[in-house]
Design a protein around this ligand. Sequence first.
Ligand SMILES: [Zn+2]
Ligand SMILES: [Zn+2]
Length: 215
Amino acid sequence: MHAAFAEFDPGSYTIYLNGNNVVLETDGLPNHTSPYWSAASPLDIAPVCTTTAEMAPGDIDNFNGSYTLTVPQNPALASPSSTGLGPIGLAVSGSVIYNDEEGPNIPLDNAAGSLDCNGAHTGPQSYHYHLEPKAWSDDDNALIGIISDGFFLYGRKCYSTGTYPTDLDASGGHTSMTQHSCDPEYHYHIQNELYLGLYYILFPGDYQGTPNPIQ
Ligand SMILES: [Zn+2]
Ligand SMILES: [Zn+2]
């Protein structure tokens, strides 16, 4: 299996091969602190980047989120296609990745006040990330997770050069070496563009491969 899968938290994930596919199963629970945990959780903290008044309803522990994603072991580039609402990828922390929209015709800006310091909040179904998750990536090349088309998403910097890549396509993707692959391979980066003067959006672009359902 690809070396990057070793970084997915085994506390949340079961990852296995099925023929030429990799199956990822997660309980959807993040492995880090957040004000979105209930007071009963040892990972619960007071809000810093949001306020109690602005927080979205629902605690992380209230969700019975389990998600499965099956991707090809060797994903291929395809015609770009737009992402939709709901999970578009799985993060190494155990939780899911969303795009830059909050709902049908609701831009994320309207909900930005509810985001914790990991650019995440609770939604109708789960705790999910919209922005650079500071718990494990802050202006670096850390592995963020996998997008549903099978390509990995990394932080704003690239291991291959040690700095911000300059050859990215419209989805923040390019082909180069990573810390998990000696051979050049296609992968995405968090967009290195300030959002609301504070944040970095995880994945505002199109899929560059063929998306698979996360359910
Ligand atoms: Zn959201
Ligand atoms: Zn890169």
